[in-house]
Design a binder for this molecule. Structure first.
Ligand code: TRP
Ligand code: ZN
Length: 849
């Protein structure tokens, strides 16, 4: 690939020209779609360079400057326009073919509707432009289309004109009063059902709220609308931030590369994060909708009003907005359970990214394809970095920092450093050392050791931090609780851990305390401490923090699994400590324990989560050891699980359903009643959480009823794509030796399509990422299957292909045999003619390791 050139943060330069206003005229007409863009361009400094615009996959029709044909040169990716003028009107006409656009970037068609996706660099597929986030322009957009097929014509801002035209066509004009970067531009044309409502802001302005969904789905839009209203109210009360336009629109489309997009005043959403009713959506789906609707809404301030100077600063908006949506969910619902979910993302996915070939700091320094950097590192570790600042500053100072940030930077395109400076200046807390979190890649390792001197009553905790390639230690907020032997809390505080090695001393203790370390996962680090079983049992019972109790349960069961991996390797029989069994039974019986938290404790770490705990893994031994421990626990608790399951069967609440389905999952391994429970639950279910809970228990336990129930489910939901995604996912994650043949057949299923990212993710993505034993089959068939899919997707949708290659490039922990089979597949990809730069970047980095 010749065009695969990296760009560097250090090379950033302010734009040589700015564009202050742009008038777009979009004539939607299939293959003959024409876009006329009239821009006011200004030279920003005293230089004589030509104007160089970005453009991709465009047919150029004409270029005019101040009414005169311009002198220009078109090359791959650029349009170079010669001019000596300092200020001029530039008029460009381009022709597009949205129907042929399967990449789902720029202007494309989703199920008969036109829609756009411009982040990160999609606007350049609509017209030639300065497609970079530090060029902010005011947009006026005229859209023209056939009225019958496209009754709704939408863009950002306020509707200022509309009218009828000859030949059954009509037009609208939209104006967005807020200057914005091109990545926030959006346009939609189609026929929809519309759910409308309103929100009165705290300063008594009325905002019209609209949710557009495919015809026939109106009843599934209510939860998204309710979530939007909650988001608006929450941002006012917690962050003192109010919405700024008179209308807020959400459009749900079937073909979408990611979750949703925060285009100013016109969010475009994947249907997965809008449509819900109890029959078709699970409790988790409801929660996902609420958090994504919140996320996109919160971007209006953190992202849109204040945006990024360049794409290396992506975490400025994404880390902060993820932090905000996590806080939103936590204020609305269980803080502990939300925190547990966030911790799992870091430990299971972000740590994996850190130890693979795509490792990068939350503010990357070099990028080949920007789409490859919408990562768990930028988003979720980015949110952890914001959370640490929140921990260090406290809510009051943090909110003062937010205020100062908006005061200084409203309407600007800024850097991560500008954000930290605002936090620093508003709080008076020095964040110089803290800033290394932005520039250092990889997972810091913290090793803890402790000692107690009975004579003096002195307890000492020694913390050491190491991070490969890091010259300076990080500022780590290290949250600690010390418990006495009765479980009483003696110390509960956040330590400022700032040196490579630091000793913390606590005086006046009668006994050696039990330490709850890194409470609430106060920093995204790997913690090493030689916990004894009794200490973990103590923490599971007495830690003040619910998250810490859950953490203790994870450590306890993980240690038991790893011990048995060792037993297997040494040809010894596997065993499980009675204390481990008893503490899980104790948690199961604990009536004071929140049901949702109990469900989390029962959700034993997945095999891939366990893989992330080590540097090298014997996958075959791990599979046996994990299965052994789970089965032992389930057998030991069978009566209690059965009783608990029965007591929960008829409760209509989210937490009870979560716990019930966990019980069923355990019972499916050991209980002779499991078949009956599963079939009954499936048949009586009046909601998707229960149906899916039954099916997935049948799937994990490989119960006899499985195939029959799967067939029933398929018959019922054939025509509901989002529900079929669940079915595809169950098929793909079934640990059965013929799963790959099955997947090949399912690619021909009438509900499947390689062109739709949701289908691809549920059938192929969930196999590669969620069926670890079959994907990593020693015969290499799993790798080959994924590679074939990727070869296909490389042409169709490079962005989605590159997202799905992840399990194939994170191979460093596996054995030689597997690694060499993976590398053969990667080499095959690298040699592929027409390899996209998205895949090129990841595959070449993986092979260079
Ligand atoms: N900015 C969006 C968000 O975080 C995500 C996004 C980036 C996106 N690029 C995209 C969504 C491409 C869809 C397609 O909410
Ligand atoms: Zn976002």
């Amino acid at each position: 690939m010749t065009q695969a050139q990296a760009k560097y943060l250090k090379d950033y330069q302010a734009p040589p020209f700015t564009i202050e206003t742009i008038d777009l005229d979009v004539n939607l007409d299939g293959k003959n779609t024409l876009v006329k863009a009239v821009s006011k361009v200004k030279r920003t400094s005293n230089h004589a360079n030509p104007l160089v615009l970005d453009g991709e996959s465009l047919t150029l029709v004409s270029v005019v400057i101040d009414g005169q044909a311009a002198v220009y040169h078109e090359s791959e990716g650029h349009l170079t326009i010669a001019t000596g003028l300092d200020e001029f009107e530039l008029s460009i006409i381009t022709q597009l073919d949205p129907e042929a656009n399967s990449s789902l970037e720029g202007l494309y068609m989703s199920d008969g509707a036109y829609c756009t996706q411009c982040e990160a660099e999609g606007f350049r597929r609509i017209t030639y432009f300065l497609d970079r986030p530090d060029v902010l322009a005011k947009y006026t957009v005229r859209i023209e289309a056939d009225k019958l097929a496209f009754p709704f014509l939408l863009s950002n801002g306020n509707l200022i004109d509309k009218g009828e035209l000859d030949g059954g066509r009509h037009y609208v004009r939209w104006q967005d009063p807020f200057p914005k970067p091109a990545y926030l531009f959006a346009l939609v044309a189609g026929d929809f059902d519309l759910l409308q409502d309103e929100f009165i802001t705290r300063s008594h302005r009325k905002v019209v709220l609209q949710v557009f969904v495919d015809k026939g789905n109106l009843h599934k839009a209510h939860h998204a609308m309710a979530s939007l209203k909650k988001s608006m109210a929450w941002d006012e009360s917690r962050f003192d931030l109010e919405y700024d336009l008179d209308i807020y629109m959400i459009v749900a489309v079937d073909f979408f590369n990611m979750g949703a997009m925060e285009n100013k005043g016109l969010n475009i959403f994947n249907t997965k994060y809008v449509l819900a009713d109890t029959l078709t959506a699970t409790d988790d789906d409801y929660h996902g909708i609420e958090s994504v609707v919140g996320h996109e809404y919160f971007h209006n301030w953190t992202g849109n009003r204040v945006t990024c100077r360049d794409w290396f600063q992506l975490s400025l908006k994404e880390g902060l907005t993820v932090f905000r949506d996590q806080e939103f969910s936590s204020d609305l619902d269980s803080r502990a359970v939300n925190r547990i979910h966030a911790i799992k993302v870091i430990k299971n996915q972000q740590f994996a990214e850190d130890s693979g070939p795509m490792s990068h700091p939350i503010r990357p320094e070099s990028v080949i394809e920007m789409n490859n950097f919408y990562t768990v590192t930028v988003y979720n570790k980015g949110a952890e970095v914001i959370r640490m600042m929140h921990t260090l500053l406290g809510e009051t100072h943090f909110q003062a920092g937010m205020k100062l940030y908006f005061k200084r930077h409203d309407g600007q395109a800024v850097t991560c450093d500008d954000f930290v400076a605002a936090m620093e200046d508003a709080s008076g807390i020095d964040l110089t050392q803290f800033r290394f979190w932005y520039s250092q890649a990889g997972t810091p390792m913290v090793t803890a050791s402790d000692s107690f001197d009975a004579a003096s009553g002195r307890y000492q905790l020694t913390l050491k931090q190491t991070l490969a390639g890091c010259l300076s230690p990080l500022h780590i907020p290290f949250s600690l609780e010390l418990l006495d032997e009765k479980g009483l809390s003696l110390v509960n505080q956040v330590l400022n851990f700032i040196e490579a090695e630091q000793v913390f001393t606590f005086e006046g203790l009668n006994h050696k305390p039990v330490a709850s370390l890194l409470q609430d996962f106060s920093a995204p680090v790997k913690l090493h401490y030689p916990f004894e079983v009794d200490q973990l049992v103590h923490l599971m019972r007495f830690a003040s923090s619910e998250v810490a109790r859950w953490e203790a349960s994870v450590t306890l069961v993980s240690q038991a699994i790893w011990q048995n991996v060792e037993h297997l390797q040494q040809h010894q029989t596997m065993t499980l400590d009675e204390r481990v069994k008893d503490s899980f039974k104790g948690a199961l019986l604990d009536e004071k324990l929140d049901q949702a938290l109990k469900a989390e404790i029962l959700a034993i770490p997945s095999a891939s989560a366990l893989v992330e705990q080590t540097d090298t893994v014997d996958l075959d031994a791990l599979a046996l050891a994990r299965e052994f421990v789970l089965t032992e626990l389930a057998a030991y608790c069978e009566d209690e699980l059965t009783a608990l399951y029965r007591s929960l069967v008829n409760l209509d609440c989210t937490k009870a359903r979560a716990l019930k389905n966990q019980c069923l999952n355990w019972l499916s391994r050991v209980s002779s009643d499991a078949e009956t429970f599963v079939v009954e639950q499936f048949e009586k279910a009046n909601n998707m959480t229960d149906s899916l809970g039954a099916l997935s228990a049948a799937n994990t336990g490989s119960l006899t009823c499985r195939d029959h129930l799967m067939a029933q489910f398929e018959t019922r939901w054939r025509d509901t794509p989002l529900v079929m995604d669940k079915w595809f996912m169950l098929q793909a994650t079934h640990d059965s030796d013929d799963v790959i043949d099955k997947l090949r057949q399912l690619q021909q299923h009438s509900s499947f399509s390689m062109g739709n990212p949701n289908r691809v993710r549920s059938l192929i993505g969930s196999f590669a990422a969620g069926n670890i034993y079959q994907f990593h089959r020693i015969d290499g068939q799993g790798y080959e299957f994924l590679t074939e899919c990727l070869i296909n997707l490389n042409q169709l949708n490079p962005q989605v292909a590159a997202r799905m290659v992840t399990p194939l490039i994170q191979f460093s922990k596996f054995d030689e045999t597997r690694q060499s089979k993976i590398k053969a597949c990667l080499t095959r990809l690298l040699d592929l003619p027409g390899l996209s730069k998205d895949l090129f970047e990841k595959v070449s980095k993986a092979l260079a390791q």
